[in-house]
Design a protein around this ligand. Structure first.
Ligand code: DNO
Length: 402
């Protein structure tokens, strides 16, 4: 039996939201992660990142007090893609040039992995931030009926009735009629005002409607074409800088609000890699997002895209028959987590020490003392610590025994 040295293992990273994150850098050390995933979250989509601003954040993360375990900022998640790039592709020249400048500022500081997504109007989407589990902890949930309430009766999206069958519309109406103004305000906050880490703007309901209207002409092939044009513009520069871009999947991986989705399935990713074969065109393998589709075989996808996977989010969801899902314990959802980890470990073994795969425990339940504290939805410290500990156990066992 061989012990795997830490530099040969999957790299353990942790998402941090910056100086205002209630989870401290020491908390991250105590969780056992050694790399930090961060972004200049205070900047709006489209604002250009400067080298100085990135350097200041890097110093905050990496200047370590004597005797403390060093942390390194190795991954940017995310540099937001301005909205016009999704609508106009290569014609959004100024926005693409600005994005490239931000990438250069990141690379100038020695950070070589950048995560991004191409979800229009809303980034990740849930309907409930504190759904109570049988053990009293809370989790994030996407409830298909509550989502229909928002779409049909709060947003009042023209054409929404075509996306929800009669039975769901009836259930949604009953739910809506029983809602107080506070309940409605909560849904608007959760769905429209951008969850933590979102790369889209927070929107009021009128602004949401107006933004949707600007996507009227954008169907799936068009959106994909715009992403390809974006990648064709940025990957040559990324290659020179030694940067890999990792596309985060759609969360959830299906159309919402009549908007197209183009990073939901193996076929979606394959189409992008075929169109832009550059090695800088990589994948963020998010098991929580991809696992919401029962037709995504995650172990097969991890093997198919092994060479493209440069960043991993490990978390699990539990699917329900009507399209709802909630975030389960990391090892106890519908995803075959052990199988995915085995596929990642196999790929990792083929890589040199400087190219090992980084992962972060994605999301976690709100539990124990975090139930009494202000937390960042999805990103409470203790739930993620539990997730990382469980994942680390699986990784250690798989690395040692196979
Ligand atoms: C949510 C996250 C998203 C994700 C971005 C990637 O928890 O997965 O914020 O980071 O969509 O660009």
């Amino acid at each position: 039996m061989t012990r795997v040295h830490s530099e040969q293992s999957l790299r353990q990273a942790w998402r941090w939201f910056g100086p205002h994150d209630p989870v401290s850098l020491d908390d991250i050390r105590q969780a056992g992660a050694t790399e930090v995933v961060n972004a200049l979250h205070e900047l709006k989509p489209g604002e250009v990142w400067t080298r100085e601003a990135v350097a200041a954040r890097k110093a905050l993360i990496e200047d370590t007090a004597h005797g403390r375990t060093p942390l390194r900022w190795t991954i940017v998640e995310s540099i937001p893609i301005p909205d016009d790039v999704r609508r106009l592709g290569a014609k959004a020249e100024a926005s693409i040039a600005g994005w490239i400048k931000s990438m250069e500022a990141v690379a100038a500081n020695g950070i070589h992995t950048i995560c991004y997504n191409f979800m229009p109007v809303v980034d990740w989407c849930r309907t409930d931030l504190d759904w109570v589990l049988p053990n009293g902890a809370t989790c994030l949930r996407f409830d298909a009926d509550r989502f229909a309430v928002f779409d049909l009766f709060i947003l009042e999206r023209p054409g929404a009735e075509n996306d929800h069958d009669a039975a769901r519309q009836a259930r949604a109406r009953a739910l809506f009629e029983a809602m107080s103004q506070d309940d409605i305000d909560y849904m608007v906050m959760v769905i429209a005002s951008a969850l933590p880490g979102s790369t889209t703007d927070p929107l009021s309901i009128p602004a949401f409607r107006a933004r949707l209207e600007t996507y009227r002409e954008i169907d799936g092939p068009r959106l994909r074409q715009h992403l390809i044009e974006f990648l064709q513009a940025v990957t040559p520069v990324a290659e020179k800088l030694g940067v890999t871009l990792t596309l985060h999947p759609d969360d959830p991986p299906r159309p919402l609000f009549g908007l197209p989705r183009i990073a939901s399935t193996a076929a979606d990713y394959q189409a992008l890699f075929d169109a832009v074969p550059s090695p800088a065109n990589g994948m963020c393998f998010c098991t929580g997002s991809l696992g919401v589709r029962p037709d995504n075989d995650l172990v097969a996808m991890a093997r198919q895209f092994a060479k493209r996977i440069q960043f991993v989010h490990l978390r699990a969801t539990h699917r329900e028959a009507d399209g709802s899902f909630f975030e389960s314990d990391h090892l106890d959802g519908d995803v075959d987590m052990v199988g995915v980890i085995k596929a990642l470990v196999d790929e990792n073994r083929t890589r040199t020490d400087d190219r090992k795969i980084p992962f972060r425990p994605d999301h976690g339940h709100r539990m124990l003392d975090d139930l009494k504290k202000t937390i960042t939805p999805g990103y409470a410290g203790i739930g993620r610590l539990k997730g990382l500990a469980e994942l680390r156990g699986v990784i250690r066992a798989v690395e040692q025994l196979t």
